[in-house]
Design a protein around this ligand. Sequence first.
Ligand SMILES: NC(=O)c1ccc[n+]([C@@H]2O[C@H](COP(=O)([O-])OP(=O)(O)OC[C@H]3O[C@@H](n4cnc5c(N)ncnc54)[C@H](OP(=O)(O)O)[C@@H]3O)[C@@H](O)[C@H]2O)c1
Length: 296
Amino acid sequence: MGKIDLAGSFTLPGTSMTVDRMGYGAMQLAGRDGKKVVWGPPRDVEGAIALLREAVASGVNHIDTSDYYGPHVTNQIIRKALSPYPDDLVIVTKFGARRTEDGSWLPALSREDLIAAVHDNLRNLGLDVLDVVNLRGMFSSHGPAEGSIEAPLTVLAELQQKGLVRYIGLSNVTPAQIAEARKIVRIVCVQNHYNLVHRSDDALIADLARDGIAYVPFFPLGGFTPLQSTTLSEVATRLGATPMQIALAWLLQRSPNILVIPGTSSIVHLRENLEAARIRIPAEVIAELDAIGGNA
Ligand SMILES: NC(=O)c1ccc[n+]([C@@H]2O[C@H](COP(=O)([O-])OP(=O)(O)OC[C@H]3O[C@@H](n4cnc5c(N)ncnc54)[C@H](OP(=O)(O)O)[C@@H]3O)[C@@H](O)[C@H]2O)c1
């Protein structure tokens, strides 16, 4: 399989780092152990390696990951599959959480936590410098929790000055936190929960687009509970696509600063998701899809 058009490209603001708008999210590559999700190795490590290699061979040059997927496992698989890395590949990782033995995700935003995170990521990915690091804020069941992120962001900025991190982004953050962060350091991307039915960030996406900052929705397909909607299924049938392809095509058409990172452990789903970059949804159908999230 050769390279395919992955929805055009986007240059992160103030950088010469350009990625295609259709990327890949690596969280689904980790395994599962009972109730512990994103935990341990996958059942089929060779399959995960083959998937990553096919993604890159197809043209994917933006991979989202974290060292707390596994933990460590996902980054180690990425290294095994892709190192030495192609020059144009941008690996985006994130700091701010740690896993406990029972599989929980706890905040890890102290200076020591962030310094450990940079070294864990560098070692497990086999890199001398991390391309982009997202600082992941605190969140509750309602979404990102307000509160200053100045202290951890200042540590991340120091790691950037030391040459261990090229560019900085944010994840699970509110508009107030983004405004605070932008006074401290250049922010190149924001990664929050957003998809066809979860649209709290509609206004934020427009604000970031005005400033050329990438918005990278996590759970673009609904995450652990994949999107289900009668309208979505009907539209997909009419357009000769799958519901997941329409969900991705809708995101790509939603705003030019949206970069998608659908996650999958299936090579068949990977191919299907990459193909979604070719789909053009007619304007009247976009209006139908918008009504799903109550934003018609
Ligand atoms: N910043 C954060 O806090 C945060 C949080 C969550 C995720 N993320 C990042 O965002 C990325 C994307 O999120 P995600 O992977 O959690 O969720 P997602 O992309 O919304 O959905 C993944 C789920 O959809 C399924 N799927 C994928 N493609 C499919 C297809 N074509 N047809 C049917 N089912 C399909 C996957 O199952 P199969 O494996 O069976 O395909 C998986 O269950 C992650 O990989 C991670 O890098 C960041």
